[in-house]
Design a protein around this ligand. Structure first.
Ligand SMILES: [Zn+2]
Ligand SMILES: [Zn+2]
Length: 108
């Protein structure tokens, strides 16, 4: 059962230590994507919209103050999965480098 009083990501159940909401991350990633592959921007937008549905009372984003319940790690790793094949290996690696929200951390 989830503990009350501690905000956890609804996907990975980790405490949200770096609260940046999907909307704010989306803006950063969209800018990056405009450089790399504009045609993927609509796909990114529709995916971020899905993440918006997770939003309810939880942790406030450090940038815009919106409530959020999905950590930056889960959002970025899902976007990476979503775009990886179409970006190609080189740009997918650049994504990880540019949006490295502990995506390469060891489990545990
Ligand atoms: Zn998470
Ligand atoms: Zn935000």
């Amino acid at each position: 059962m989830p503990q009350t009083g501690e905000e956890r990501c609804v996907i990975c159940q980790e405490a949200i230590t770096n609260p940046i909401c999907p909307d704010c991350l989306h803006r950063e990633i969209e800018q990056w994507l405009l450089d790399k592959n504009k045609s993927l921007v609509p796909k990114l937008r529709s995916y971020t919209w899905i993440f918006g549905m997770f939003r309810h009372e939880g942790t406030g984003c450090v940038i815009c103050g919106s409530d959020m319940q999905v950590c930056a790690h889960c959002y970025c790793s899902d976007i990476h999965e979503l775009l990886r094949d179409e970006l190609g290996q080189e740009d997918a690696d650049d994504f990880l480098f540019s949006f490295n929200f502990e995506l390469d951390r060891e489990a545990g």
